[in-house]
Design a protein. Structure first.
Length: 201
């Protein structure tokens, strides 16, 4: 009986002890800037546990995600502009008689760009990657702010999160557009005009 009373007393006393907070995730503790890009509803999204196994590589992965998001945002704007028939005047290759307006919309237009033009694209990309903005620079800060305005604190975090979210959507948008064009043979504009996006059409 005495043992039962003692056990009940100890268990009731435990109710007055503050609960021990669960230890922070190893991934979150190991990552310095995990708050950037951590947004609802996914939160800290790491389904393959890269940050558990390779926390030191998080900065690189986040920088790569940011870079791909920026490229995809520009690519999607390019899709919209080109499908609106807004092109540079004149020739892309005068020697071959190819005008900018001769390049068709969509992914198939890439094959119509002269080889010298493709080479220029790769050279410019290589120059940016190796000289102007090397891949080892993970900051993502071009030093010009947002339209010339520098942000700090919570405002800066909000802008960075918005950029990450828009970049992720752009990556999905560009990939979806390319898949749709490959499957249907229709450009973005043709898809819109055909109301292919409308499930009730």
């Amino acid at each position: 009986m005495q043992r039962l009373i003692a056990a009940l007393a100890l268990s009731s006393a435990a109710a007055f002890v503050a609960p021990v907070a669960p230890a922070a995730s190893t991934a979150l503790r190991a990552v310095e800037e995990f708050e950037v890009g951590v947004q609802a509803p996914a939160g800290f999204f790491d389904p393959l546990n890269y940050c558990e196994d390779q926390p030191e590589s998080f900065a690189r992965r986040r920088a790569v995600e940011r870079k791909h998001g920026r490229i995809s945002m520009m690519a999607f704007v390019g899709i919209l502009v080109h499908n609106a028939d807004i092109e540079f005047p004149g020739y892309i290759s005068k020697s071959q008689g190819v005008k900018f307006s001769d390049i068709p919309d969509g992914i198939y237009g890439f094959s119509k760009i002269p080889a010298a033009g493709i080479l220029q694209i790769f050279l410019l990309t290589g120059l940016i990657e190796l000289a102007w903005w090397p891949a080892s620079n993970y900051s993502g800060d071009y030093g010009i702010g947002f339209w010339g305005k520098k942000w700090q604190g919570e405002d800066k975090l909000q802008k960075l999160n918005a950029e990450m979210a828009n970049g992720r959507l752009a990556m999905l948008g560009v990939a979806g557009n390319m898949l749709a064009e490959g499957q249907t043979g229709m450009t973005f504009k043709e898809q819109l005009l055909a109301l292919n996006f409308n499930p009730f059409a």
